[in-house]
Design a binder for this molecule. Structure first.
Ligand SMILES: Nc1ncnc2c1ncn2[C@@H]1O[C@H](COP(=O)(O)OP(=O)(O)OP(=O)(O)O)[C@@H](O)[C@H]1O
Length: 607
């Protein structure tokens, strides 16, 4: 029987022998049906060669024992050849890399270049060949999704669900005339077997890209092209990067692991006093343009803006509109987040890329208010009086969130090299008087912009933004439901019937609306809230505004009284704590005095 040993299913041959059966020709082996694999792979030739060589040396294989010996030797030699070939192959591949036939680059998630590359590859439909996806409900999180149905790739292609490849399957593709291979690994992002999940629910990882070329320029050309395409796609949006605690704690990963794409807000949708927004945009543009001047003058290329004023007056909206206008991405950080301390702040700022906006909203939370200080003192007194240790002090009820960042930590970050390179620093606050003067000095804050409650002009402008001319049912047979009383309005009504433009009527209504709104009493956000109740009904908005203003005033008064009540209660609690403390001190002082007297008496006795 011609026997060609299969080197693989050893177990099955042995098992056959153990069962006392005859070793079957592997043509009947389940592992190697028809024995074709050995032939296909050219092993039959190798085996017959080996058999010849060994057969010549070992003599005849007619006995069962020498046949077994021959088989074993041949298998051993075959295994040796296989291993040697594998090593040779690995050696050749290594030489290939050594002689720079390929370039390998790593990209870490959270870094902008990673995003550029993922976006490019999504556009190139490289991930469509992927077999693993993470499917989530559509949200404002910026993700590079693929459209599995239409075989298209865009930012958000499905209204309800997003299909994000996990990038775990290695992909070989051709781009720009080069063969490239991309695969995703975890780098150092596994600790104790745990992977880190970013805010989007993705595992934070690294992309490893191999380009099969000796031309080093291929990599930079790829990155440039990826950036260009990314900026092109991002243009209609403002990308806002933020941090999430899970990745923030991991030193290897970028702290900016969550990105959201917001629709760009047109500058004219921000209603501020004349010229405010224009001067801000001009200033920021001039700053970005003059990098060379800053370098020559030896001045760090950074600029700080502080937007301050009551809540709901448009500070944040202004920053988003500026970012959209200048095509800058925002890196937004809240100092109130419990895990943000000085060292984290320094790490986060140093990883913000060149030409971006670094935003700290409500920066005053890094500085205690007078009320907080009073409350701290009161808590301390209470704690001492009642014998509680002072570590519970920060848990005061009703306290606004306090930052772990210190003033010096914040100043170091603003002055540090991480804040240079064309970064625009924006901060907002409702309480400028709580900020330390060291923070406000030029070089840290170069421009301060005050926001105020709405003027009548702002109220009228907001009204006109809410109701475009089509919202008014003019030029219809039906009379306009708004009944105006003064002559001017009657005139306008007449004009309407003769085909006058609706914008004039709207202006008139806007003026009427603004007349009812007292100056500097309501924020733009509050007025917006009211107008939202009368969407597409400008007439109703004008009719109801007087009653709304009255009701708001009553509600405010009630809120004010409740707040005063709360403060009074807090003060009383603090002063009762102080009384207890004094009482204890007095008692302690008294007993000391008694002890002192006794001591004096004892001392006096020997004399
Ligand atoms: N000046 C404004 N022009 C247009 N819209 C405004 C203006 N002020 C406020 N709004 C609207 O009010 C809402 C809140 O505005 P925004 O968050 O910008 O206020 P803010 O001053 O930053 O408030 P806060 O100090 O509480 O953060 C937004 O929806 C915005 O559209």
């Amino acid at each position: 029987m011609a026997f060609e040993p299969s080197f693989f299913p050893m177990g099955s041959q042995r098992a056959a022998r153990m069962r006392g059966g005859v070793v079957q020709n592997e043509e009947s082996s389940w592992f190697m049906p028809s024995g074709g694999i050995t032939r296909i792979m050219g092993f039959s030739f190798v085996m017959s060669l080996l058999r010849k060589v060994l057969g010549g040396q070992a003599g005849s294989d007619s006995t069962g024992g020498s046949s077994y010996f021959m088989d074993s030797v041949m298998l051993f030699l075959l295994g040796t050849i296989a291993e040697a070939s594998r090593r040779l192959f690995a050696w050749v591949i290594d030489r290939f890399k050594l002689f720079q036939y390929s370039i390998t680059a790593q990209f870490t998630e959270g870094d902008p270049v990673y995003e550029w590359l993922i976006h490019l590859m999504t556009e190139e439909k490289i991930w469509l060949r992927s077999r693993q996806f993470r499917v989530t409900a559509a949200s404002s999180l910026r993700q590079w999704t693929v459209n599995l149905e239409g075989n298209k790739t865009e930012g958000h292609v499905d209204e309800y669900a997003e299909y994000v490849p996990t990038y775990e399957d290695a992909q070989l593709f051709r781009f720009g005339g080069y063969w490239m291979e991309v695969k995703r690994g975890w780098g150092n992002n596994r600790i104790n077997g745990q992977v880190f999940i970013n805010g989007a629910g993705n595992v934070v990882g690294r992309l490893s890209l191999t380009i099969y070329t000796r031309d080093m320029g291929a990599l930079s050309a790829l990155v440039k092209e990826a950036r260009r395409r990314y900026l092109e796609t991002s243009r209609p949006h403002v990308v806002v990067h933020s941090i999430d605690q899970a990745t923030a704690m991991h030193v290897g990963a970028s702290p900016w692991s969550t990105a959201k794409a917001k629709s760009r807000r047109p500058l004219n949708s921000i209603i501020l006093q004349e010229g405010v927004i224009k001067s801000l945009i001009d200033d920021a543009r001039e700053f970005i343009k003059s990098e060379g001047w800053y370098t020559r003058a030896g001045i760090p290329h950074r600029r700080g803006y502080l937007l301050y004023g009551p809540p709901g007056t448009g500070k944040s909206s202004t920053i988003y509109a500026v970012a959209g206008e200048l095509g800058l991405e925002i890196y937004s950080l809240s100092l109130a987040a419990g895990f943000v301390d000085d060292s984290f702040l320094a790490r986060a700022v140093s990883s913000i890329p060149k030409r971006a906006i670094f935003l700290i909203e409500d920066i005053d939370c890094a500085f205690p208010s007078r009320e907080d200080e009073e409350a701290d003192t009161a808590s301390a007194h209470l704690a001492i009086a009642s014998g509680i240790n002072q570590f519970g002090m920060g848990m005061h009820a009703g306290r606004r969130p306090r930052s772990s960042v210190t003033l010096s930590g914040l100043l170091n970050v603003l002055d540090g090299v991480g804040s240079e390179e064309g970064k625009l620093f924006f901060a907002t606050t409702n309480y400028i008087d709580r900020l330390d003067s060291a923070l406000l000095r030029p070089g840290r804050i170069d421009k301060k912009i005050q926001y105020k409650l709405a003027t009548k002009a702002q109220a009228a402008a907001l009204f006109l933004r809410f109701y475009p001319p089509e919202s008014l049912s003019l030029n219809t047979d039906k009379p306009n439901p708004t009944q105006f009383t003064d002559e001017k309005e009657m005139e306008k009504e007449k004009e309407k019937e003769t085909g006058v433009s609706s914008i004039d009527t709207l202006r008139l209504m806007a003026d009427k609306f603004a007349d009812a709104v007292p100056e500097f009493e309501f924020s733009t956000a509050e007025l917006q809230g009211y107008l939202l109740m009368c969407k597409e009904q400008p007439e109703e908005a004008v009719k109801g505004v007087v009653a709304w203003v009255e009701q708001e005033k009553v509600d405010r008064e009630a809120r004010k009284q409740r707040e005063e009540e709360r403060k009074r209660a807090q003060k009383e609690k603090a002063s009762s704590g102080e009384t207890v403390r004094r009482g204890r001190q007095g008692a302690a002082g008294g007993s000391q005095a008694v002890a002192g007297t006794k001591g004096g008496a004892v001392a006096a006795t020997p004399a």
